[in-house]
Ligand binder design. Structure first.
Ligand code: OFO
Length: 169
């Protein structure tokens, strides 16, 4: 049986990953409307990836003898101000997701739930990768000083980072 405190943490994270997916979908829409096709494709793909994170947790909770529940997912903002401001918000968001993952690790340790502790290491590593990915994108944006013309160069770079199917649409 899954420890109740651990189960509550995992379900909280399921909802958080659901919000990540919503947020990146909303950001993809903003980017597409602003003419940043490459970044929009990248964000559409990333929204899908967040949904996969949500499902990975969802299946684990049920497999471990708990009950997976997707809670109410907040509506993501429709406005982001500027290309640079949007990616600043992504970074901030990923840092909050990392904190949520670390909280699961902490509670799993407290409850001596070594199975969940082991399972959640995948997410610990994934967050390291995501933070590094978005920090790299922010560095590029800062390099061009947020200049609207030159920011399209960053957009082209992101087009190359989106999976082919997303970039083709
Ligand atoms: Fe689920 O990794 Fe980003 O949020």
């Amino acid at each position: 049986m899954l420890n109740k405190r651990v189960e509550a943490e995992l379900n909280r994270q399921i909802t958080a990953e659901g919000y990540s997916s919503n947020l990146y979908l909303a950001m993809a829409s903003w980017l597409e409307n602003a003419g940043f096709a490459g970044s929009a494709a990248f964000m559409y793909a990333h929204a899908e990836e967040e949904r996969q994170h949500m499902l990975k947790l969802f299946h684990y909770v049920n497999e471990a003898g708990g009950k997976a529940i997707l809670g109410a997912v907040d509506v993501a903002p429709a406005e982001y101000g500027s290309y640079a401001a949007l990616f600043e918000q992504v970074m901030e968001h990923e840092l909050s997701v990392t904190a949520g993952i670390h909280q699961i690790v902490d509670v799993a340790m407290q409850e001596k739930d070594f199975t969940t502790f082991s399972f959640v290491q995948w997410f610990v590593n994934e967050q390291l990768e995501e933070e590094s990915l978005f920090r790299g994108i922010l560095d590029k944006i800062r390099m061009v000083g947020g200049d609207s013309g030159r920011v399209f160069w960053v957009d082209k770079e992101l087009a190359g980072m989106a999976p082919p199917a997303a970039a083709a649409e």
